[in-house]
Structures are given as C-alpha cells and as structure tokens.
Write a protein that binds this ligand. Structure first.
Ligand code: SF4
Length: 79
C-alpha cells in the first residue's frame, strides 16, 4: 500500500504545518529546533493509513503517495 511521502525540497518547515496538524493518525512529525522553528516534516509509514488528507492540506504540493520503500537511492542495478 502506498503511503504519504513529503518531498524535503518542497517542504518549507513551517511550525504551523497544516498537513501535520490535519493528519488524523499523527503520522507526520517535525523536529523541534526552537520556539518557532521546526525541521522538515516527515511521515511515519507505520502510522500512515493512506487517507490522503495531508495531500490536500499541504500548500506547497510537497506530499505524494508512493511505496514506502521508494526513495532516491532505491534504483536497482541491472546486470
Ligand atoms: S495520508 Fe492520512 S494518515 Fe497518512 S500522513 Fe497523510 S493525513 Fe496522515
């Protein structure tokens, strides 16, 4: 099952992230870097139920659904 994935290049690390706040499963987290500073939002694939709410809430279009194992270094070498 595909899970939500947040593109760190598009995430603006807002401490008021509407996607994080709207997730019914609390699957999105951000490292606290100070009183008003947060890190890039990340999704816990173990908690994500693929409801799609966060995709509609992110103002930057930084969230997409994809296979949890997919990643920039997941390309298999062909022999
Ligand atoms: S798809 Fe649903 S459960 Fe998964 S991170 Fe987004 S809002 Fe949370």
């Amino acid at each position: 099952m595909n899970k939500a994935y947040i593109d760190p290049e598009k995430c603006d690390s807002s401490p008021m992230c509407p996607a994080r706040r709207s997730c019914p499963e609390k699957a999105i987290s951000q490292e606290k870097l100070g009183i008003l500073r947060r890190g890039v939002a990340v999704v816990d694939p173990e908690k994500c139920v693929s409801c799609g709410v966060c995709l509609k809430m992110c103002p930057h279009g930084a969230i997409a659904m994809r296979a949890p194992s997919a990643g920039p270094k997941s390309k298999k070498k062909k022999k």
